[in-house]
Design a protein around this ligand. Sequence first.
Ligand code: GP9
Ligand code: MN
Length: 429
Amino acid sequence: NTKDLTPVLNFLKSNRVNGNIEYSGVAKGKNVFIIHLESLQQWVIDYKVNGEEVTPFLNSIYHSSDTLSFDNFFHQVGQGKTSDAELMLETSLFGLPEGSAMSVDGTSNTFQAAPAILAQDQGYTSASFHGDVPSFWNRDNTYKSWGYDYYFSKSYFPEIKDYDAGYGIKDKIFMASSMQYIQQLPQPFYAKLITVTNHYPYILDSKNKSIDALKTGDSTVDPYVQTAHYLDESIKEFYSYLDKTGLRDNSMVVLYGDHYGISDNHKSAIAQILGKNSVDNYDLAMFQKVPLMIQMPGLKGGINHTYGGEIDVLPTIENLLGIDSSRFVQFGQDLLSTSRNQIVSFRDGDFVSPTYTKYGGTVYNTKTGKEISSPTSEQTTAINKIQKYVTTELNMSDKVVNGDLLRFYHPKGFTKVNKKNYTYNLEKS
Ligand code: GP9
Ligand code: MN
């Protein structure tokens, strides 16, 4: 009941930080694109294979003066993978310790999610685009709970020869088709484009491969750079459509990698990628970095070193749009805030912070990467304090999701989403 919310609200209140004033409202009224870069990890940025950049276009965005780029940004997903990433970005709530919250609770729970917040606060129209079957990760139901006006899935995209590489339509075809629908949306809009080609097992027809594979000898790792390169080219094409349609000048583009593509089971390949003889848990923790870039004409950009994760994206976007996030139950902190705690909780209770990193249960000095095998009492106190925050944050978020606690919460000026108001024409026409 309502009482269950009290500890959650107290926790959020005691950890609240002010959004960065300098950036508050700078994107007000702009269209917002969320570009979901499937399985893209931060190490590919500026990485070369045989002298060739894997993601030349994303690299140019990463280094552009109107892009806020983050080089200590981590994925925080659990078993829900893509769906956990979506949940965090749309609601600033964590996925569950097991399974997918979108699958388990997406249909029935009450949410106060980005599409509804932007619609009610600033009149945004929302649409999600994904070139696979609508039921994957229970998107067809969850998107109604989040207040998505439109959901364009498989049947909206052309079925041409070799159009599907697994998990849905190839990214380049997906971008071209999505743009035709996007042009028809009332502005300002909030549009999410979920790419799929850079998904395990990284299959691509030879005519679309334009870069060498890695040569680690691990067949599930080596082609990763080829699909990542294809994904990069599709983003370049997306930007050319922005130019052609005139949308570029009045849009903010948020690009993010949803989670690792190469799992911890591939240690030898990871070591080769990183140019090391072997990897330890510290290296694997840092290997969980994914790209986050926020690009907008006129934005004061640069490479930001704050430690953060997917849970922090929504409050960051809200501040940029001039939306007060403090009235919502959101666990993240504005990435541009100068007073953030910079504690990144992994879903299993491990963490990264500017001082200490814990991965696979081992604690490291984040700055040196050295294992802390016999901590001083001072270190123990500091580590325990971080651990307590991480455990509490995850527990609180789980309480909200498992107990459907947002049905008892009424943010100022926010009307509960009525799922019945949303229907998507998902049948094949
Ligand atoms: C499925 C696609 C991939 O629709 O988004 O999901 P993942 O396997 O990465 O969770
Ligand atoms: Mn994914």
